[in-house]
Design a binder for this molecule. Structure first.
Ligand code: UFG
Length: 331
């Protein structure tokens, strides 16, 4: 594989796994990350880390030139949905405006391919589940809107300039590198499997179940949990596709096409740990849909990618193993 891939947010959760997948596939990697939520130790030492904001055009353009970057994988951004409601301008700055700068740097320096971390939050509350890519995009929070706006920019830019793109709309990303090289490390987690892993390692006393009256088989929310290493592998395959088909652009759901309820997830955690983690049944969180599951036929048709880590207990095991490592590291 010729050339270097620039990974923004490569010190973060999903980005650090993409760095591993790219390096393992033989790519050279330069990471641009401001380390606001990421960690320098999360970047594999085989990659070069440039500590910079992705909207710092001079530093980003220098990194592209110095490393011979042919493609950008763009993970950097803010990701906390409730925070996006209370501080929308942070999301339009860190996600939409910063992406605009990054895309401009890419075009100016002749980068040929762009892969973007998008989200199922672009759909809002879907009318039909499993949700297809051509379903209405009606985000119900600024986070989803900030990502949708970036998708729209990419579409227009790819029509005007010699660059193609893939936007991957992630469902519920969970788990950790099965070899234990990375995982979800940011404090103040809001994601169910991370929270359950924290409860299993004694970092918190219980898990709240937000809502028991959803229109689902057991009344709790259903989500499509995808292992972070499968997600990372999908990015590497998407890059190969963009290189092979330089006139094509792809927007694809990244999920397994099957859902688990909150209670099913917590049952899996209990089975894996041999514990009975305390559950507190609570009211719904604002804006949670009943069920959010991917129709993944587009990604299965476009890429050779196939799920390898789609066993729920396996996802939980990997998340737990990383949580234990983190606990040791933090003493
Ligand atoms: N949940 C609990 N207790 C918790 C945490 C979560 O019951 O402590 C429930 C939620 O109500 C939901 C499910 O577990 O039913 C999953 O919640 P997460 O917070 O793990 O994930 P979300 O589905 O809310 O969010 C994900 C991504 C977002 C994205 C969103 C799209 O993390 O980035 O999907 O709707 F915006």
């Amino acid at each position: 594989r010729e050339g270097t891939v620039l990974v923004t947010g490569g010190a973060g959760y999903i980005g650090s796994h993409a760095v591993l997948a790219l390096l393992d596939a033989g790519w050279k990697v330069v990471v641009v990350d401001n380390l606001v939520t990421g960690f320098d130790w999360a970047v594999d030492p085989r990659a070069t880390l440039v500590v910079a904001n992705i909207a710092d055009d001079d530093k980003v353009r220098a990194a592209i030139r110095d490393h011979g970057v042919i493609a950008i994988m763009h993970f950097a951004g803010s990701v906390v949905v409730p925070e996006s409601v209370s501080d929308p301008l942070k999301y339009y700055r860190n996600n939409t405006a910063a992406s605009r700068s990054l895309i401009e740097s890419a075009v100016a320096e002749g980068v040929k391919h762009f892969i973007f971390s998008s989200t199922a939050a672009t759909y809002g509350i879907p009318e039909v589940v499993p949700v297809r890519e051509d379903s209405p995009k009606q985000p119900i929070n600024p986070y989803g809107m900030s990502k949708l706006m970036t998708e729209i920019m990419l579409k227009d830019v790819a029509a005007a300039h010699p660059i193609n793109y893939a936007a991957l709309r992630y469902f519920n990303v969970a788990g950790a590198d099965p070899q234990g090289r990375s995982g979800q490390s940011t404090a103040g987690a809001t994601h169910l499997i991370k929270i359950a892993a924290e409860a299993a390692t004694g970092k918190r006393g219980h898990v709240s179940v937000f809502g028991t009256d959803f229109d689902t088989p057991d009344g709790t929310g259903v989500r499509d949990y995808i292992h972070v290493s499968d997600l990372a592998a999908a990015h590497v395959d998407a890059l190969d596709l963009l290189i092979a088909k330089p006139t094509e652009n792809h927007t694809m759901n990244a999920g397994y096409g099957r859902g688990f309820s909150v209670l099913q997830v917590l049952d899996a955690v209990d089975r894996v740990t041999n514990l009975t983690i305390e559950r507190k049944l609570e009211g719904r969180r604002a804006g949670d849909p009943d069920a959010l599951v991917a129709d993944n036929s587009a990604i299965l048709a476009a890429l050779p990618w196939r799920p390898k880590h789609d066993d729920l207990e396996g996802i939980v095991k990997d998340a737990l193993a990383w949580e234990r490592k983190l606990a040791e590291r933090q003493g």
